[in-house]
Design a protein around this ligand. Sequence first.
Ligand code: T4K
Length: 364
Amino acid sequence: MPNSDPIYVTRPFIPPLSEYQALLEEVWASNILTNNGSMTQRLEAELTEMLGCASFTAVNNGTTAIQLAIKALELKGEIITTPFTWIATVGAIKAEGCTPRFCDIDPGTLNIDVDKIEALIDANTVAIMPVHVFGNPCDVERIEAIATKHKLKVIYDAAHALGTTFNGESVLNAGDVSAVSLHATKLLNTAEGGGCIATNPEVRAKIQRSRNFGLDKKAIVVDDGVNGKLSELHAAMGLAGLPYFSDIIADRRDKYARYAVALGRRQGIALQHLHGDGCNHMYFPIVLESEALLLRVCDVLNAHNIFPRRYFYPSLTQYESSATGDPAPIADDIANRILCLPLYFDLALEDIERICSLIIGELP
Ligand code: T4K
């Protein structure tokens, strides 16, 4: 049945309450509420196996995951990222005492423009932090080649990329560390949460210590740390959602395709160019030919109780607190014209049809 309630850009996937309750009963019986209890350890083990990634260290959110990655790699200096991202990317870099530098994006994939990275590398550069924007995998092979050539670390802001693959493998295995988000709006959620995937066991061990104040197994402070732990209640939420993850991904792929068939090849709309076939279809962005058209589309959708979101608007070059002085005209332009349409598990197919018809009615 078409939905008469407001339709937002997303809705969390919420597992059946009885399945969450069964896990909470185990938590109650154990008396362990946090500090790397059995729920957290199970979530880490099951995610590692399900995703086929090198490891998974659960933390309290995706922003902390980026900060812990920077800490573990002991970075001090400039980190090249893009301004077409959530403010958390830049906030985490700055919180760790590093300096963000902006590379422009590719107008098709919306990811970092790999051809423009080397021009930004100088003696102060310590790392590259590309973002898998909307779950679309970056060109990880070319980024690795540049990092190796210039002896730089790579941290992927993989907040959107849980379940994304590249060349048949989890994209989370690329780079030195990938930082994911398990926020309520993500494909698998722990309400708030995140995780670090590190391929090197020493880096992984450092992240595990740093999320717990930098303490080692004897409770001696051996690393720079924070409180980045995931609670058992949050971990249980993730465990309750895990059995549904493959259904969620399949549902996204189907709904994404329906949007793409209806809106692709229309005058006035461009779709994100997917890199390979491993995108998890976390969001459905459309790039409209002008901001005026975007505002008209928003008005008509809002009038029908439908609320898409302007992710990521504005470009982070536009905020005084995040601007780096590096120009990024493509990111600035795209940020003004991009709109993420509603896409989530409970979204009715009739609503997708309705959203597409309303948009098509506004096109030139
Ligand atoms: N890097 C990137 C590239 C990121 O996109 C993010 C976060 C991060 C790093 C940092 O990860 P975390 O530290 O957050 O784990 C949301 C999320 O809060 C944020 O996680 C996400 N990216 C960002 C792109 O979007 P808002 O402010 O847009 O969320 P909000 O509350 O407006 O929610 C959007 C819609 O979802 C609402 O209109 C209704 C629906 N909703 C939301 C929540 C939270 C629900 O139905 N239920 C809910 O519980 O930031």
